[in-house]
Write a protein that binds this ligand. Sequence first.
Ligand code: CA
Length: 227
Amino acid sequence: MRILLVEDDRSIATSVIDGLSAEGFDIDHAPTGAAALAATGYDMVLLDLGLPDMDGREVCRQLRTRTAVPIIMLTARSEEFDRVLGLELGADDYVTKPFSFRELVARIRAVGRRTVAAPGESPAASDEPQAAQRIGALSLDRRTRRVYLDGEEIALTAKEFDLLAFLATDTGAVHTRTEILENVWDAHWYGPTKTVDAHVASLRKKLGNHEWIQAVRGVGFRLEPVE
Ligand code: CA
């Protein structure tokens, strides 16, 4: 796995690079937002919020407009607001500084498992390959994590895919925001439920019709095929 670390603090960067290299990760370093935006070909980005040339949130937003690469934000303990906004901007997870190296590696592995198709890793997947689930004009393939609408592939972020796949586990049923948070976000995520609404909004936009995901006032959301 090729990881890009975007971090201006030299001592943090050095220890993260040394540690992740020792764990077998292929890691490169970008000390600025501009360098991060110029880099390509990574499987994951670790993104510091406080960069010298631009705000990490802006780097996240710009990366998201062009790639679905998993992004883990590195935030300071006091940056509660940033954490929420970061997830809304399309980050897949966050780690709060100061973080333990073990915690960072666990988070990278967890995000990697959710976002990178790993053939053979799941016995169920290798023994009996499942056909893609059809929901009206939508086709959702959990094995390859690909989604097609009228045969055209839609590029979803990892979280958007997870959200759609979760709603699709019971098409037509209403899922509460809390239920969605618990299933789509990590158990450690106790953020505001409006994070769900932000991801629903971006997913609806990509599906081209907001009726795919219907809001049930005061309860939650349900996925319904659009006729
Ligand atoms: Ca910094």
